[in-house]
Write a protein that binds this ligand. Structure first.
Ligand code: XUL
Ligand code: CO
Length: 437
């Protein structure tokens, strides 16, 4: 197929002083730092739904960015989108992509036709992957857009909807396996409720677990070796989403015997909607052995919804990459730009600038996180802060050998706690800044 974006060059690393807008300042894909190429530390992915599909429409207006690619019917558009996507991946030096079933092929008049359409387009994508070496970070199913899902998919009060969702997810997993996907994401689109006046919460939660179980087991049966991820989000579109945040999801997975097979896909904007920092959600997933993948974006602290902006806040990308490095780096996961250029940034050049900005912000975050680790002052401070657990009564507490009687005797003998030392928050914040700048 023809080149879709002749005006967009291959984006190259030119270093931080370049004035070329179509260049990277901090992302040098093949530069080896801390034993790995930057591209393998960061594992960037382009999100099909934003980059190839979202035209900037919102509830006050229609799209502003024409993404029709000169096609005059929806299947021709789907074919062109696949080629245009791979052109962008190549020009941006991004190795991975992610999609919902309905992003790559429009829904047909019935499930069978939708499945045929997926077969056709996934054949095209398989060919493009073979030619370019690009990889699928994860696939997923859009079980929230069609009116049939107005009350949820697995949590719908209507059993027919549950069956339809199960069948749709089965096909989406098959396509993910066909394309060698490293992961499969479940984002609970409309799995939540608006009012408890009409909701059987117990049954809905049980059914949500049933849908996860039956579809994920099927994936294993057909040879899916990647990771399953749940993507927490507290609200939007429903008032209360069941996958509220990392803690809620981990509790849910444990309660339903699913924790062995599921990890988390943490999205920055979802974290802040839940009243957490992005770093909190990543750390919570990590310490619970559930860190998997990341939807890299940012929200706007003044707005109460999911703005899905490209991430440019270097504090957040630095703390994020600190967590990724502490987790031992990505295995099957990566950094998926679940992000869109603003409605007023309505050209393909803007979409490219947006990816460059996000990639450079994360490249800088990686470089800064490594500097913080190498500097060692913050880690040494934290280790020292907990050093009372390395010996004496602290060691016995951690080992699980201290009895309650022993703790009581120790406390009675101590009289009063005399050794609480300062947490030194402001000092540490200044250390952090001094390393960054
Ligand atoms: C919605 C969202 C989704 C998931 C995949 O807020 O983040 O795009 O990432 O369904
Ligand atoms: Co997301």
């Amino acid at each position: 197929m023809k080149e879709f974006f002749p005006e967009i060059p291959h984006i190259k690393y030119e270093g931080k002083d370049t004035k070329n807008p179509m260049a990277f300042r901090f992302y040098d894909p093949d530069e080896v730092i801390a034993g790995k190429k930057m591209r393998d530390h960061l594992k960037f992915a382009v999100a099909y739904w934003h980059t190839m599909c979202a035209g900037g429409s919102d509830m006050f207006g229609v799209g502003t960015h024409d993404k029709s690619l000169g096609a005059d019917d929806e299947m021709e558009l789907a074919r062109r989108k696949a080629h245009a996507m791979f052109e962008l991946l190549d020009k941006l030096s991004v190795d991975y992509f992610c999609f919902h079933d309905r992003d790559i092929a429009p829904e047909g008049r019935c499930l069978a036709e939708s499945n045929e359409r997926l077969d056709e387009i996934s054949d095209i994508i398989a060919g493009l992957m073979k030619d370019t070496g690009k990889k699928l970070l994860w696939g997923t199913a859009n079980c929230f857009n069609n009116p049939r899902y107005m009350h949820g998919a697995g949590t719908s009060p209507n059993a027919d909807v549950f069956a339809y969702a199960a069948a749709q997810i089965k096909k989406a997993i098959e396509v993910t396996v066909k394309l060698g996907g490293n992961g499969y994401v479940y984002w609970g689109g409309r799995e939540g409720y608006e009012t408890l006046l009409n909701t059987d919460m117990g049954l809905e939660l049980e059914n949500m677990a049933r849908l996860l179980k039956i579809t994920s087991e099927y994936g294993r049966k057909i040879g899916f070796k990647g990771d399953y991820y749940i993507e927490p989000k507290p609200k939007e579109p429903t008032k209360h989403q069941y996958d509220f945040d990392a803690a809620t999801v981990i509790g849910f997975l444990n309660a339903h015997g699913l924790s062995k097979d599921f990890k988390l896909n943490i999205e920055a904007n979802h974290a802040t909607l839940a009243g957490h920092t992005f770093q909190h959600e990543l750390a919570f997933a990590r310490v619970n052995g559930a860190f998997g993948s990341i939807d890299a974006n940012m929200g706007d602290m003044l707005l109460g919804w999911d703005t899905d902006q490209f991430p440019t806040n270097v504090y957040d990308t630095t703390t994020c990459m600190l967590e990724v490095l502490k987790a031992g780096g990505f295995t099957n996961g990566g950094l998926n730009f679940d992000a869109k250029a603003r409605r007023g940034s309505n050209t393909w050049e803007d979409t490219v600038y947006a990816h460059i900005a996000g990639m450079d912000a994360f490249a800088l975050g990686l470089r800064m996180a490594l500097k913080i680790i190498e500097d060692g002052r913050i880690d040494a401070f934290v280790a020292n802060r907990y050093s009372s657990y390395n010996e004496g009564i602290g060691k016995k507490i951690v080992d699980g050998t201290a009895t309650i009687e022993e703790l009581e005797a120790y406390a009675l003998n101590m009289g009063e706690v005399m050794t609480n030392t300062s947490g030194r928050q402001e000092y540490l914040e200044n250390v952090f800044n001094s390393i960054l700048f």
